[in-house]
Design a protein around this ligand. Structure first.
Ligand SMILES: [Zn+2]
Length: 352
């Protein structure tokens, strides 16, 4: 299918990237908190922030690695206290997603970041879930939640978190694994992932963002994940690349995150095109957009500006994102038809 779009001129790419229907599969909802909203919620909830102004907070977003980001990320999340706070945060993101022509959003959330501060699980889940419901009804965006375990904490704490979330089992579709990667390999979480799989939940995990390809192998073999979040370190392991391509294992790649956290400081060195050309099911996502300088369309725009990818890659990325989502098959088929229509129109003689 993609070959048919080779003739679409590069000048049309920015508009096409923006307009094409796409799924966003790697987005931490707490990472969508813009500094302005952090300050507004801090005021609403009488929380004192360690930064005097919006500008001072934004200026602190100069990260050297994953941990330097996480320290500020957890400080930002401290303003979230009520169900309405979680709703407002998710609703702000979902409006931006709709504007970016995201048709499906699977949102990560970190309950342990909130329950550790005394916020009840129910407050977190019900606030986020209500925003997802409203997104479908008011924005036409299909949205779902994935509960993530913080990997710098113990597996027992992850098991307890899953247990505590069970009364709201219908409000999330899967589990994931995030936070500080190096030193916290997937093998640490085998029991809780087995438990989640037994419950019929989808399973994904961050692997191979900063840590070596071995973490990706562990996520596949020990956690039996259905998607790898990031996974960019796979380029260091030829055998693993071949396996990921053969198994069509989706990778949720986040270019601006990789750039800001110094994984690939220059996007011209980013392996996205190499992953696609090797037949991997790579997708583009925003990770923590408020902190890394852009939402999903910003990521696509920056990545295409820094590489010689063409319309075939654009179509493939959108097709991959829809295929790799956990949406019902009928929805996926409808979005794929919309995608093909979007590109067929752009490829028609006289289109500009
Ligand atoms: Zn992430």
């Amino acid at each position: 299918m993609a070959e048919a779009f080779a003739a679409i001129p590069c000048a049309q790419l920015p508009a096409l990237l923006a307009a094409m229907p796409k799924a966003e599969l790697h987005m931490h909802i707490e990472g969508s908190l813009e500094p302005e909203m952090i300050f507004a919620l801090a005021q609403r909830n009488s929380v004192t922030l360690p930064y005097p102004s919006v500008e001072a907070l934004r200026a602190a977003y100069a990260f050297t690695d994953l941990q330097s980001f996480l320290d500020i990320y957890y400080a930002g999340a401290s303003v979230l206290l009520t169900e309405q706070d979680f709703y407002d945060m998710a609703w702000a993101y979902l409006q931006r997603a709709a504007a970016d022509h995201v048709v499906r959003a699977e949102l990560f959330f970190d309950p342990q970041t909130h329950t550790a501060r005394g916020v009840p699980m129910q407050t977190v889940i019900l606030g986020l879930s209500r925003a997802c419901r409203d997104a479908q009804a008011q924005l036409g965006v299909s949205a779902a939640l994935i509960l993530c375990f913080l990997r710098h904490l113990s597996e027992d704490e992850a098991l307890q978190t899953l247990q505590d979330a069970l009364p709201w089992r219908d409000h999330f579709i899967g589990v994931g694994l995030d936070s500080s990667e190096v030193g916290h390999p997937p093998e640490k979480f085998q029991r809780v992932f087995a438990r989640a799989r037994d419950m019929g939940l989808h399973v994904v995990a961050h692997a191979g963002e900063e840590a070596p390809p071995e973490y990706i192998r562990q996520a596949l073999d020990l956690l039996k994940v259905q998607r790898i979040d990031h996974g960019v370190q796979a380029v260091r392991d030829k055998g693993l690349m071949q396996r990921l391509a053969r198994e069509r294992m989706p990778l949720t790649v986040c270019p601006l995150s990789n750039q800001k956290l110094q994984v690939f400081p220059d996007l011209r060195d980013h392996p996205l095109k190499a992953l696609l050309d090797a037949g991997l099911c790579a997708t583009v996502n925003s990770d923590d957009p408020a902190y890394f300088g852009g939402y999903v369309n910003d990521n696509l725009r920056a990545m295409f500006a820094a590489s010689n990818m063409d319309a075939r890659h654009a179509w493939q990325l959108a097709a991959n994102s829809i295929d790799a989502s956990f949406a019902p098959p009928a929805d996926k088929a409808a979005w794929r038809a919309q995608l093909d229509e979007c590109f067929t129109e752009a490829a028609a003689p006289g289109a500009a």
